[in-house]
Write a new protein. Structure first.
Length: 306
């Protein structure tokens, strides 16, 4: 049984998958005898299998390939969990690359703070040809946290995280399948864990690179995604048991105010072609998301495998 499982969910990104996996093989300060890599291919055809087979040759740890044909990010993560044997699960996305000290830093922080989940920074890097809104786009795809390591009372997403398996509400299928196509399955899980008193920690030394898919490096994608991120607080209150109607109403009112104020600022910034105009449009979109969060306004980002 592995002490640590590194899991990489993937969907039709063979080059990114290879980079992410090889960065796992390049880790230092870890015992590869206690490590396994689980690749979860969320595709109706096993498109990532040739990459996994090639990676397995000469790998310093077992490489386990899982083909989850059912479309959806929660299905993919749960399929990987069902095959993983580790006491700790480290998540790396297929557009990320981990420096050599990444995993050792996550494990050291977990032990230092007796943490149930450890999160690290994500540093996005856009290709050289991206000029317009470059700073905004790199910030959008990055995760920026405190400068100092320590226990935190909030959470981030799954990419670049280490989870103590025994702390999960369900160690085999912890991710909510109702979030398959819209994302946020990790936010929902960590929200439940936080409410149950689980301990979160932040380790700035456990950072990774992220190379966003080129088709996403534009405002058409990021503003839609900002709208979806904005839906999170309202949707989380609506999904609570019992349903937090007061919380839903509060977040919707906050959203109205943000959409109005930030939208006005964005309009002015756009009119004068201000360098930071995309930032304000993003904030306005997140406000709108808090207000319009239910069924017909949900945007599908995941689960398209046909």
């Amino acid at each position: 049984m592995a002490r640590v499982t590194v899991m990489i969910p993937t969907q039709r990104r063979p080059d990114g998958l290879a980079v992410a996996a090889r960065s796992v093989f390049g880790q230092v300060g870890v015992d590869f005898a206690e490590l396994e890599l689980v690749i979860v291919d969320n595709d109706q055809v096993p498109s990532a299998k040739p990459v996994a087979d090639a990676l397995r040759k000469g790998a310093p740890c077992p490489v386990i390939y899982v083909n989850e044909k059912r479309p959806g990010v929660a299905f993919a993560r749960n399929a990987g969990m069902a095959r993983a044997s580790g006491d700790f699960i480290a998540f790396l996305d297929d557009d990320e690359e981990a420096p050599s000290g990444w995993l050792a830093a996550l494990l050291a922080a977990q032990e230092r703070y007796d943490a149930d989940v450890v999160f690290g920074p994500v540093k996005a890097r856009a290709p050289a040809h991206i000029d317009q809104h470059r700073d905004y786009l790199e910030r959008f795809f990055s995760r920026i946290g405190p400068a100092q390591a320590g226990v935190i009372d909030y959470h981030y997403g799954c990419g670049d995280s280490l989870i103590r398996r025994s702390a999960l509400p369900d160690p085999v299928a912890p991710f909510a399948v109702e979030r398959n196509f819209i994302g946020g399955e990790d936010d929902l899980l960590f929200g439940h864990m936080g409410a149950a008193g689980k301990r979160f920690a932040w380790e700035p030394a456990a950072w990774v690179w992220e190379d966003p898919v080129p088709s996403r490096l534009n405002l058409g994608y990021t503003i839609q995604r900002a709208f979806a991120y904005g839906q999170g607080p309202s949707a989380h209150c609506a999904a609570a048991e019992p349903r937090d109607n007061l919380g839903v109403a509060r977040w919707m009112l906050i959203g109205v105010g943000q959409a109005a104020v930030f939208g006005l600022v964005a309009a002015v910034k756009w009119a004068v072609r201000a360098k930071d105009r995309a930032e304000w449009l993003d904030r306005a979109a997140r406000g709108l998301g808090k207000t319009f969060w239910w069924g017909p306004f949900k945007i599908q980002f995941y689960g398209r495998t046909a």
